[in-house]
Design a protein around this ligand. Structure first.
Ligand SMILES: [Zn+2]
Length: 486
């Protein structure tokens, strides 16, 4: 029996436990699995396989894992680029409230399709996304042949949606979408964060997570100074103590950011086997406070905590280039902690196998090894910027960008080959995104055109903002500040 796909004479970066590299390697794929990885043989070019790919001047590496993302406002790329953090948070809060009420679904649908298209082109094969309306992401990514983890975020102090309704939505999402699209779409439990959830939400989330023990628990943790303040308002010593008390601090936890963490937080994360999704671009772009400490990724890795990389709200910093997050992670860490924080191979591992481990699928994804699912990407190394092709890990971490991804394979299906996307039709996706933005622009009075972005009037935004949740949030944080002082 001939295999489905054979890639020969390629540079292969396996990201196995020895970080094995082949200068002239062959990867054999059949029935969605990687069957063999070995040095190329002289007759590989003439092998019989459904698809034979000449890997000369190419690099084969595991598909990239976007460990933390939001998808639904992808069509708004360029709309937030010039905003300060205050305006950004206000506009996002108003928009999320309206999304929760079922507004702008056309924008969400078009945005998720656009994200799927751009992620295929960027070599992102698995995405871990948390959204107000996650079914659109699950369907767009499932239809496009991609792999992903999806869940509706739950919060009682960020917006006004009734708590019972949110848990009902979360349960029905899991029932409908978990393990769908041949297992490529998985559900997650998503308490939004530690600064806008009451203890009641955490406890109910823990109950939901206990009902579905196979699902990862995905949240934002220690993102802001307000994180630990809210934990104290929730009668816990700090954020990690609160999660531990409700039973959510364990190996199922994937925590985005972990930015305002101290040494004890790092030790506790490691001791409980929880993982971190580090998203450097978002905070490099929108640092709310220049004095705030930076995610201690080197210390987390030293403590053997799994750290993946994520794009987070890629439509805030206008990039779906996950490869470039490796370089961004390196530069930001160097600025904060001194140079030489990471070997390039560590960054490659964070883009791939560590992201897979964070999501509990390190045995199935994240490296090119026989027996793993066939999720991989092929980078075109013929561009002179890669010559003379020395130090491949450094070329991936420092030089390569999304534009160098030529082919993307998920579950043994070729979603893009030689820069031609096969599982989606790009033109209509872009046309629908353009039409959605025009409609949104008209409906809300947010001018988004070739010259830039002019958000709606303050009056309009104020009308759309949630009232009850954020009022409680501000009151609880204010009261806790007073308690802390006296
Ligand atoms: Zn996020």
């Amino acid at each position: 029996m001939s295999p489905d796909i054979l890639i020969h004479d390629a540079t292969v970066l396996t990201v196995n436990e020895h970080n094995q590299l082949y200068r002239n390697g062959t990867v054999v794929i059949d029935s969605g699995m990687i069957r063999d990885v070995r040095p190329s043989e002289s007759d590989d070019a003439d092998a019989t396989a459904e698809t034979v790919i000449d890997g000369s001047d190419s690099l084969v590496m595991p598909g990239l894992i976007n460990a933390h993302a939001h998808l639904e406002l992808t069509a708004l790329i360029g709309a937030f680029s010039e905003m300060g953090v205050g305006e950004l948070v206000t506009e996002m809060t108003a928009l999320c409230e309206q999304l929760g009420r079922g507004q702008y679904e056309y924008l969400v649908k078009a945005g998720c399709e656009l994200a799927a298209l751009n992620f295929i082109r960027s070599g992102i094969t698995t995405t871990n996304a948390m959204d107000a309306l996650p079914s659109h992401g699950a369907e767009a990514f499932g239809e496009a042949g991609l792999r992903g983890f999806f869940g509706p975020w739950i919060s009682d102090l960020f917006w006004d949606l009734p708590e019972d309704e949110q848990f009902e939505r979360a349960r029905s999402f899991i029932e409908q979408y978990h393990d769908s699209y041949d297992g490529r779409v998985q559900a997650t439990v998503c308490p939004h964060d530690d600064w806008s959830c009451s203890r009641d939400v955490w406890e109910r989330t823990a109950e939901l997570a206990a009902e579905y023990p196979d699902l990862p628990v995905h949240t934002h943790l220690l993102e802001l100074d307000a994180s630990n303040t809210m934990a104290r308002a929730n009668d816990a010593d700090d954020s990690l103590a609160l999660l531990d008390e409700v039973g959510l601090l364990d190996e199922r936890l994937v925590a985005a950011h972990f930015r305002v963490a101290d040494e004890e937080d790092i030790e506790r994360m490691a001791a409980h086997g929880a993982s971190v999704a580090h998203c450097p671009s978002v905070f490099c772009y929108w640092e709310p406070d220049g004095e705030t400490e930076w995610t201690p990724v080197p210390a987390l890795r030293e403590a053997e905590t799994t750290v993946g990389l994520g794009l987070d709200d890629h439509y805030w910093h206008d990039s779906s280039d996950l490869l470039s997050e490796a370089r961004q992670a390196r530069l930001a860490a160097n600025l904060s902690f001194g140079t030489n924080q990471f070997h390039s191979m560590e960054l490659v591992r964070m883009l791939t196998i560590e992201g897979a481990r964070a999501l509990g699928v390190g045995d199935e994804l994240g490296s090119i090894e026989p027996g793993k699912r066939a999720d991989l990407v092929i980078l075109d190394l013929s561009d002179p910027k890669f010559a003379p092709q020395t130090n491949i890990p450094a070329l991936v971490a420092n030089t390569a960008t999304a534009d160098d991804v030529a082919s993307t394979i998920v579950d043994g299906e070729v979603l893009m080959h030689d820069n031609e996307v096969r599982s989606m039709n790009p033109d209509p996706v872009c046309e629908r995104a353009t039409a959605a933005i025009e409609r949104f622009s008209d409906e809300i009075g947010w001018e988004i055109d070739i010259s830039g972005s002019h958000p709606p009037s303050h009056l309009r935004t104020a009308r759309d903002l949630p009232k009850r949740g954020p009022a409680h949030l501000v009151a609880r944080l204010g009261l806790q500040h007073l308690r802390d002082r006296f």
